[in-house]
Design a protein around this ligand. Sequence first.
Ligand code: HEC
Length: 153
Amino acid sequence: MDEIITTQPSPQHWFGMVYLLIFGAGIGFFLLSFIALGVLPGLRLAKTIASHTQTDMPDYTAAELRGRQVYASLGCALCHTQQVRFILPDVLRWGAPTEAWETRYDFPQLWGTRRIGPDLARETGVRSDDWQLTHLYHPQSIVPDSVMPSYNE
Ligand code: HEC
């Protein structure tokens, strides 16, 4: 009688393939986290910006662009932020929270991460030009214990 030869792989064979399963799962989880943590929040942000953006937001003027350059090159962002957060103490002190569209022309953005000095996003119109000039020239003549350096060269 002829013997029926089965070609079933042995359990050892399948066990040897486990690394493939782990490899596939690794790629799967990588893709999942890429989509969940990168792509989806990005789409949501783009949607929020589109629905809140002021359509008539003018381009920066030449003076404003120069101001951005000076602000970046003198390292003001090392001590100042330009983003009012959505938390009560921020709003009480500086006003309306910063919305995404406000900085949509800023690349690179200058939001800053440290607040050695106050937030400057809503600084416009808070002080007079004379105050600002004197303060930049020599901060300690206005705020005696200020740690802000003088910009008078
Ligand atoms: C070493 C940290 C530091 C750096 C760098 C710095 N500042 Fe300041 N700044 C401060 C501190 C602290 C205060 C709060 C005390 C004061 O008013 O001087 C302040 C206050 C200010 C204020 C007043 C805000 C208000 O209405 O009370 C303005 C405007 C300002 N800084 C602008 C700038 C600009 C522009 C630059 C870059 C040219 C700059 N700062 C760089 C620390 C810094």
